[in-house]
Design a protein around this ligand. Structure first.
Ligand code: G3P
Length: 214
């Protein structure tokens, strides 16, 4: 499973990159707006820090304008992935982007048929939002399992990018369900390596070691 950071914050991205296990970045208009910076400049900076896929989302909702935005975003860096909303106009834009070799991430996926459609049309990534389904009492993880089965049945190459992961257990469950990628906030990312017993165990090992050396 690849790990992506779901943030547009440069400090978080640098800190994650320093650990050497960040494979890519996802952003969305809400995350970018929080940073209060020029969108394209910020995305270019992110692409310099992280060589892997960096998702940048269009904000138009009509096919022609989406494609125009997509072409501009794709110019920023070779590792840009254009994020398109999974609405009918977004699917039309996806078809054009795919024909032009622009890599895409179809976002806001909440049911398996949306994932099937975007794979058929040629999406590079599909982003099911697990946490937001859990929020309304649905089983977000079931969606990943269903998409995995459908993609494997037909040999689709579209990668399943599990998004809206809210805690480390979501990451574990998405990995078990066969998601290709998990994208998570920095806070969740930091928690993935932690266990209190690891800290206690290390403390004891070092205390014993130092005692014996006296
Ligand atoms: O990648 C999608 C993510 O940003 C949505 O997460 O927690 O706002 O549902 P959340």
């Amino acid at each position: 499973m690849k790990f992506f950071l779901d943030t547009a914050n440069l400090d978080e991205i640098r800190a994650g990159a320093a650990l050497g296990i960040v494979d890519g970045i996802t952003t969305n208009p809400s995350l970018v707006a929080k940073e209060g910076k020029d969108f394209k400049t910020l995305v270019a900076q992110i692409c310099e820090i992280i060589p892997g896929p960096v998702s940048a989302e269009v904000v138009s909702t009509e096919c022609d304008s989406m494609v125009k935005e997509a072409r501009e975003l794709a110019e920023i860096a070779p590792n840009i992935i254009v994020k398109l909303p999974t609405i009918p106009e977004g699917v039309k834009a996806l078809k054009i982007c795919a024909s032009e070799g622009i890599k895409t991430n179809l976002t806001l996926i909440f049911q398996p048929l949306q994932a099937l459609i975007v794979a058929k049309v040629g999406a590079t990534f599909c982003s099911p939002f697990l946490g937001r389904l859990d929020d309304i009492g649905h089983d977000g993880m079931l969606l990943i399992e269903e998409i995995r089965t459908i993609y494997d049945n037909y040999g689709f190459q579209t990668e399943i990018l599990a998004a809206s992961l809210r805690h480390p257990l979501h990451v574990v469950q998405a990995a078990k369900a066969g998601a290709d990628i998990g994208t998570m906030p920095y806070d969740v990312f930091k928690k993935m390596l932690n266990h209190p017993l690891t800290d206690i165990g290390l403390e004891r090992f070092l205390a014993d070691w130092n005692k014996a050396k006296k």
